[in-house]
Each structure stands twice: as structure tokens, then as C-alpha cells.
Design a protein around this ligand. Structure first.
Ligand SMILES: [Fe+2]
Length: 286
């Protein structure tokens, strides 16, 4: 009992310190153009903003696209035997300059910083190659990420994603922001041991007509606060490849969970010498 009270007091104290830090740092947030402000506003309202590499127009995009085609070709199942049996293969790309340059674009960092409201940490970059699977498991179950109070993932589709490729799907924040529904879904996820809900269960809580599916062409970019929206990768019958850039506050609520984005168990693409993208230390803290 005393232990529980002590934990609650600690939670209230950390929440108070967090709110105070947001207030103090608000004056130091970088200025945004009207277009970039719209991304932050939309994230605050709905938790998701969908755009494209072309519309964002970062200077390093051509370099990123060139590196993507090299990485995709050397991680094809016939080139990489480790993916043959697994429906999900994650590759760590954080140390490859062509990817980290894009993820460290000043405009992108300013957008993320304005949304998170504090100095940020670029947690890492992953390539996720996901093949067809008949059942929902892992990130295909409905869930929220627990890394931080506000946590941004920037997802880039590397091939056209239609229904059969398992598009990213979410429930708009405005539907669950207040009231009993968010609490009730959280409770149902808690009952699964935080593994997540299958479609049939989520359908009982939120009708399918309210789910938003992010189908899109190669180059579609999805900004999402994965802490504030219920989301998942939907079931697929064809492969989907996508990049994930992950950002949290510099001192996230759950640094232990954030380590998965730079976990050494994830292989680095085995680039051939002439396809090797240059490696360099790029600052991951802003
Ligand atoms: Fe997630």
C-alpha cells in the first residue's frame, strides 16, 4: 500500500516537472513556416499528418532515394537468407549518412521539436521489410507506443502501399482524446498484457468506418505521434517496405523502451563495396 502511494506521488511529481518544462521551453521553440505549422497543428488535432517526399522537398531527398534503392536491393530475400523465414525483418540504418542526413534535416527537426515541445532526441532509423502473414501479431495488433509522452515516427513508404500491402492504420486522436473511450481501450490493451488488440476486438470499441488507412504511393510520408493514437500495421498479403525515423524528448519517459530503435540485434544492411553509403557520426541529439 505504502509502495503504491509512493509510486503515485512520484508519478505526480514527474508529471508536474514535465508540464513545467513544456511551459519553460515554449519560448525557445524554433519558428516554423505556415506549411510546417500546419503539420504540427494537424498532429495536435488528429495525431497524424500524411504528405510526400516531393511535397516536403528536403534537399537531401535525392540522396535518400538513391540510398534506399541500394539498401532495398541488398536486403532482398534472395540476397539476405536471414529474412527468408521471418515475416518481419528490421534493419538498422542510423549510422548510414544518407539516411541520417534526411532525418537530421533542420526543417524536420524544427517540426518535431515544435510538436514535442522540448529538446528532442533522434532515436534511430529502421528499414522494416514485412511480408504477408495470415495472423495479427506484434505491431499488427492495435496498440499505442509507450516510449514517451509525445513520440514522433516519420514513416516513408518505399513502394506503393495499397490494401493488400498492409497500410499503416490509426484511429484519429479526436475520437479518443477525451472521455471514457480512450480509458476503456487502454484497459482492454492492459488486459492483453500490453500486446494489443485484434481487429475484431477493436471493432467492438470503435467502428471500422472510423479507422483511417494510410494507403499511398512510394514516397508517401506519414508523421504520427504513436503515443497518442491507437495504431497498427494492417494485415497484408503482399510485402511492404518502409523507413521509420523515430524521435522523442531528449529525456524520454521510458528510455529502456527507446533502446529497441538502436538495438545491436538488428542487422545493418550488407551493402556491397560499390553500393556502400558513407558512414559518419551524425549528432542524434538536438
Ligand atoms: Fe507502434
Amino acid at each position: 500500500m505504502l509502495k503504491e502511494i509512493g509510486y503515485k506521488v512520484w508519478q505526480l511529481k514527474t508529471e508536474f516537472v514535465y508540464r513545467l518544462a513544456l511551459k519553460k521551453y515554449a519560448k525557445s521553440l524554433p519558428a516554423l513556416s505556415p506549411a510546417d505549422r500546419q503539420i504540427v497543428d494537424r498532429l495536435q488535432q488528429e495525431g497524424v499528418y500524411v504528405t510526400s517526399l516531393e511535397k516536403l522537398g528536403f534537399a537531401s531527398t535525392p540522396q535518400l532515394l538513391d540510398a534506399c534503392s541500394k539498401v532495398l536491393s541488398c536486403t532482398e530475400p534472395e540476397c539476405d537468407r536471414s529474412v527468408a523465414k521471418s515475416p518481419l525483418q528490421i534493419y538498422a540504418l542510423s549510422e548510414l549518412t544518407d539516411f541520417s542526413l534526411w532525418g537530421n534535416d533542420k526543417r524536420l527537426l524544427d517540426i518535431v521539436q515544435n510538436y514535442i515541445g522540448l529538446p528532442i532526441k533522434f532515436q534511430g532509423i529502421q528499414l522494416r521489410r514485412e511480408s504477408s502473414h495470415p495472423d495479427q501479431f506484434g505491431a499488427m495488433l492495435w496498440h499505442k507506443d509507450g516510449d514517451d509522452r509525445r513520440s514522433i515516427k516519420v514513416i516513408i513508404y518505399l513502394s506503393d502501399v495499397d490494401r493488400e500491402h498492409g497500410p499503416f492504420e490509426y484511429i484519429p486522436k479526436s475520437l479518443t482524446a477525451v472521455g471514457w473511450l480512450r480509458f476503456w481501450i487502454d484497459y482492454q490493451i492492459f488486459r492483453t498484457g500490453f500486446s494489443g488488440l485484434k481487429n475484431d476486438k477493436m471493432e467492438q470499441l470503435v467502428p471500422r468506418s472510423a479507422w483511417k488507412s494510410c494507403v499511398g504511393a512510394a514516397g508517401t510520408v506519414i508523421f504520427v505521434d504513436t503515443h497518442s493514437v491507437f495504431h497498427h500495421g494492417s494485415l497484408r498479403t503482399a510485402e511492404r517496405s518502409a523507413l521509420f525515423f523515430v524521435y522523442t524528448a531528449r529525456h524520454p519517459k521510458r528510455p529502456d523502451l527507446c533502446r529497441r530503435y538502436s538495438h545491436p540485434s538488428h542487422p545493418r544492411p550488407n551493402l556491397s563495396p560499390n553500393a556502400q553509403t558513407s558512414e559518419a557520426a551524425v549528432s542524434l541529439e538536438v
